[in-house]
Design a protein. Structure first.
Length: 193
């Protein structure tokens, strides 16, 4: 499979910075509540597509749409059950690195890898109910464990403590925008109307 290396808007090609670390940084930017909405758009466009894209504001809206498609690896994101994430690229990077090393003998510290390839490897990490799985998937299974199904009180307590140790620290709830932020977003969108 050929991974995308550029996007095209109005016959202008914008190269994509395809390294997986750049996509993870884009994810961090998108979730950072300390960055204003307009600044977030600019940061995402610049980080993923570079200065050339930043200098063409008439393409911002389309570039943002293409960035989202690229970051989702060409797939449509569906979280119909509003499930809490069981993994975070930044918090779980030590687990991800250890899992890539144990399963594929890939040292992510030394590896420049396309974001889509990185996700293919991530999806292919060992995962077995028999206990033969990578550390990342063991942590994810623990995070998703329904403690109410554990009958033994001692075992439930032990697993509860283990679950707390590997819990994600981020607040993964959807934030509400202030009236001022909504007004600023509306003003921003008027630029493209």
């Amino acid at each position: 499979m050929a991974y995308p290396k550029y996007v095209k808007v109005d016959n202008i090609k914008y190269p994509i910075n395809t390294d997986y670390r750049v996509a993870i940084e884009c994810n961090r930017i998108a979730e950072d509540e300390n960055i204003g909405d307009f600044e977030r758009v600019l940061a995402l466009i610049y980080t993923l597509f570079g200065e050339k894209a930043l200098n063409t504001p008439e393409h911002y809206e389309k570039l943002l749409e293409l960035a989202k498609k690229y970051l989702l690896c060409g797939k449509e994101y569906k979280n119909e059950n509003n499930e809490k994430p069981d993994m975070d690229f930044i918090e779980d990077m030590p687990y991800i690195k250890a899992s890539f090393k144990s399963d594929f003998n890939i040292n992510l510290n030394d590896e420049k890898m396309h974001w889509w390839e990185f996700n293919e490897y991530l999806d292919g990490l060992s995962n077995s109910e028999l206990g033969n799985c990578c550390v990342l998937n063991r942590v994810r299974e623990l995070r998703n464990l329904d403690l109410s199904k554990i009958k033994d009180a001692k075992e439930r307590d032990r697993l509860s403590k283990a679950k707390e140790r590997v819990a994600l620290h981020k607040n993964n709830t959807k934030r509400e925008f202030t009236k001022e932020e909504i007004k600023n977003m509306e003003e921003y969108h008027k630029i493209f109307d």
